[in-house]
Design a protein around this ligand. Structure first.
Ligand code: ADP
Ligand code: ZN
Ligand code: ZN
Length: 726
């Protein structure tokens, strides 16, 4: 028996790992979960190193309780990735591990993920049972699903409520049985590529086996997805695995369906936040053991171990949801690029409206730009024009131009979408006599009026209250909704077009994935004439009868304090414009504005992303914003903003001697724009560096000082590296 030292990353908010002793440890135990004594209790962590000597004298180290050896150890490249994440985002390694590992795998006693997950198919007896059956039942639904969809993993069949007993029952009756792995990818149903698509596939495919980022810039409908699918098929044919990242899986069931239709279900693992724990750990293990060939998932799936990784795709690479805004504040797109480099594989970043960071990287040759300038199916891009509303009397915020355009669609039996740029658009209650507004008592935010259940709700902290009958300050009974939310707009349109079917598509109307899919289905079938929607409507859905998009309140993003707001607006308007006229019918987009000559709208009219990107990049350069600088925010919150500011001042003082050495600038602390959130008051301090390496070096040293700066009890702080807003 030999005693060795194991270094364990534990999920606690401290920037260090902990050493323990263990018997009979080998190099193969690196990357295994382990249960250890900690304080007065026990914790589960991950073995991240087997050091020769410990931080403490060996006789003061405690022995581990148990090393979990039934599950496979996490591979070295995975450890390297979580270590990089911890270092780059200045976050405790144990917490990064706890986020990246499915909870079931973390428990050192349960090995749920590794259990057999056979591919199940209908037997002849099952086919007979299906044909003979008359009454609908769970078992029947299961058989039908297999008959229609082909073989499926047991874990996926189990995902639905009550399906588990049905699966067990059908197995017992011999209606279903494990079958052999499915046939190779079916190219049936794949369209012939356009010349542009063909060229893209060839250029990107030629770099297989090498690190090379590609920016696939293609207008909406240009067939980027088809390019991804071909590249994925090539990778699989080489015996590799592919990782496909999507912004929000709830919003992209279409991509999931297209992948599922093209590749046998046995090969695809889909990972997103709506999955249950069991399914998540099973998918993770299937990928880690190389049994799944395609991982399709949201930002967290960037951490899926893939031993034969050959290709990474990041769809809608500009999307803000790749950045996590709490806990480990990582950006999955950026980590995906790091991972592609680490593994020496190509990565495709696809978008119709790339992020300015990626566009700049293509300008400077770090990425290779591949363009798809034309739509795959012969349709012209929609006509886009600003509608000058400076001299027009609006009807509840909607101009007569827009209403007439909608009317024309109604007469032709086509669909229209009225799109609300959400920023500043939530309806709050206000008093016309004294100016009272429905503020949240806990946040610097206004409570939003929800007409459906007659409540006022804070969208930040979820506090809710009833609607007062009169103004709480002056007693005036004429309090009114101010601003127009989707519900108000729905009413306004309903009054003007009483015979039209108006359908609201926002987060309230589509809380769950099934509600969202039901809405999409309804729209697709033409069961609505006018859609009223927020940014949920902007993303990748094709509605063949939708020919008109009217945009309200776009201007509020032109002058927002957030430096990314105009970029987001342009992206959103290009995307939402892409919804119009995807079928045989040409589309039209109208944007209501008080600034019809603004360059943003001018570029939009010409569908000229390149020109707009060049203008914006020039502005960013002048203002020293990313990508011409690298930023980090140090954020603090406490019951009182003064506490936060005082601590940030100490932090700044600690930074000053380092700042000069690394050439970074550390600004004064300021209260955040929305100071109060959930009874806490927040302040921040901006760090600006000329480039990422300088920022990294500075932060690494500074954060050691920060951990040493004992904060007051009630204060919490975190660093946000490459923040979305500054
Ligand atoms: P993007 O992802 O660039 O917005 P999609 O891949 O969704 O574009 O393609 C838009 C539409 O064109 C889809 O309905 C798709 O099936 C179709 N499509 C893509 N490529 C081709 C092709 N080569 N021939 C015919 N139709 C195609
Ligand atoms: Zn609140
Ligand atoms: Zn009042």
């Amino acid at each position: 028996m030999s005693t060795a030292i194991v270094r364990v990353a534990l999920p606690i908010p401290l920037p260090q790992s902990f050493d323990y002793t263990a018997e009979n440890v080998s190099a193969g135990d690196l990357g295994r979960c382990v249960r250890v004594p900690f304080g007065r209790g026990e914790k589960t962590g991950l073995i991240v190193a087997l050091p020769d000597c410990a931080d403490l004298p060996v006789d003061r180290l405690k022995p581990v309780i148990a090393i979990q050896r039934e599950a496979p150890a996490l591979p070295a490249d995975w450890l390297a990735m979580v270590e990089f994440t911890a270092r780059y985002y200045q976050h405790p390694l144990g917490e990064v591990v706890a986020m990246a590992l499915p909870p079931r795998l973390r428990k050192a006693d349960a090995v749920a993920g590794a259990e057999a997950d056979p591919l199940l198919d209908l037997t002849d007896a099952g086919r007979d049972a299906l044909a003979a059956s008359k009454r609908e039942s769970r078992a029947l639904a299961l058989l039908r699903r297999l008959a229609e969809g082909g073989p499926c993993r047991r874990s996926l069949l189990r995902n639905e409520d009550g399906a588990n007993p049905a699966v067990a029952d059908a197995l017992k009756r011999g209606w279903i049985a494990p079958c052999m792995a499915a046939e190779p990818a079916a190219m049936a149903g794949a369209p012939t590529l356009t010349d542009e698509q063909q060229a893209a596939v060839e250029i990107i495919g030629a770099e297989a086996g090498k690190f090379q980022p590609f920016l696939l810039a293609g207008v909406t409908g240009s067939g980027k997805t088809e390019v991804y699918l071909r590249l994925v098929a090539q990778a699989i044919a080489r015996g590799e695995q592919a990782l496909m990242l999507v912004p929000e899986i709830a919003l992209t069931p279409q991509l999931e369906t297209r992948v599922a239709n093209r590749f046998p279900a046995a090969r695809v693992v889909s990972l997103h936040s709506a999955l249950g724990e069991a399914a998540r750990s099973q998918g993770f293990v299937q990928a880690m053991e190389g049994r799944a060939e395609i991982v399709l998932g949201t930002r967290l799936s960037v951490f899926t171990p893939l031993p034969r990784l050959g290709l990474i795709v990041v769809d809608e690479e500009h999307d803000a949801s790749y950045k996590q805004h709490e806990g480990v504040r990582y950006n999955a797109r950026d980590l995906a690029i790091w991972r592609a480099r680490q593994r020496g594989v190509p990565i495709v970043l696809g978008s119709a409206t790339p992020s300015l960071e990626s566009w700049h990287a293509a300008d400077t040759g770090r990425y290779r730009r591949v363009e798809l300038a034309n739509r795959a199916v012969a349709i012209t891009l929609p006509r886009v024009r600003p509608v000058d509303v400076r001299r027009e009397k609006l009807q509840h915020g909607v101009s007569e131009h827009l209403l007439r355009a909608i009317e024309a669609r109604l007469q032709r039996g086509e669909q229209s979408l009225v799109f609300l740029n959400r920023r500043g658009y939530a309806p709050v209650l206000s008093c016309p006599s004294c100016g009272w507004v429905s503020r949240c008592p806990h946040c610097t935010a206004n409570m939003v009026l929800h007409l459906a259940d007659k409540r006022l709700r804070c969208h930040h902290c979820s506090f809710d209250a009833g609607i007062p009958l009169a103004c709480p300050d002056c007693g005036d009974q004429d309090i009114q909704p101010f601003g127009r939310g989707t519900q108000r707009l729905e009413e306004t349109l309903g009054e003007r077009f009483p015979d039209a079917r108006v359908l609201r598509v926002d987060r309230d109307a589509a809380r769950t994935r099934s509600q969202w899919e039901a809405l999409l289905d309804k729209i697709g079938k033409g069961e609505a004439d006018i859609l009223v929607g927020t940014q949920m409507m902007a993303k990748g859905h094709d509605f063949p009868r939708l020919t008109f998009v009217g945009v309200l309140n776009a201007d509020s993003s032109l002058f927002a304090a957030d430096f990314r707001a105009p970029e987001r607006l342009f992206q959103q308007l290009m995307q939402v414009g892409g919804r119009a006229g995807r079928g045989e019918l040409p589309g039209e987009v109208m944007v209501q504005t008080q600034y019809p000559d603004h360059p943003l709208y001018k570029c939009l009219e010409k569908h000229d992303f390149a020109r707009y990107a060049a203008l914006q990049l020039e502005e960013r350069k002048q203002a020293r914003f990313p990508p011409y600088a690298a930023n980090a925010l140090l954020c603090a919150n406490a019951p009182e903003v003064a506490t936060s500011i005082a601590w940030l001042k100490d932090a700044r003082a600690a930074a000053m001697p380092l700042a000069q050495a690394y050439g970074v600038q550390v600004f004064d602390p300021v209260p955040m724009r929305m100071v109060r959130l959930a009874r806490r008051e927040r302040a921040q301090l901006l760090v600006e560096a000329p480039a990422r390496p300088a920022l990294q070096a500075f932060l690494t040293e500074w954060s050691r000082h920060l951990w040493a700066l004992k904060p007051p009890r009630e204060l919490r702080w975190h660093l946000d590296v490459d923040p979305a807003e500054v």
